[in-house]
Design a binder for this molecule. Sequence first.
Ligand code: ZN
Length: 186
Amino acid sequence: MLDAPASAQLVQAFANTVDVECGTDELDTAGKLDAWLRERDLLHGGERVHAQDHALCLRMRAGIREELGAHVGDHTDPALLHEATEALRDLPVVVTTGGDASGVLAPAPHLTAARKALAALAIAWSELAVTGEAARLKRCSEHACAWVFWDTSKNRSRRWCSMRVCGNRAKARRYAARQTTGKTVE
Ligand SMILES: [Zn+2]
């Protein structure tokens, strides 16, 4: 079964709210994060996303994207991972009996609506990590692209979101470098 599970699709969509190639960020304001969470049915009711929730969300996203880069062999920035871990501490979850088919983890009941929505993203991430499926979710090795994709290859060996575009771009650059310096560069 190589189709991305729902949790992977959610984390992938979240990670790809930033588009490195276009230089855009779908979540660059608290209001936009509010709308994004409502579109995905993660946030309901009248409570809005506040600036602190927004800042926490961006730290979590940066850490997750960094970790997904490690899945293609990129070096990770420990500061980004640390900040994300700190952010996740503010999104506690509780274990339930799972009776309502939504899984056994749930956002802690005392959290605000916005924090519950962010905790749901954290839960999706934890499900991937626990099952090992997170290894298929990767940030494209071509740094100018950095798109997050789901690797459907049998041996999980893909490094680029698209071999046709990013894989060839990387190859062309290595080829050009060899012509000029005689060295192989990544
Ligand atoms: Zn790419």
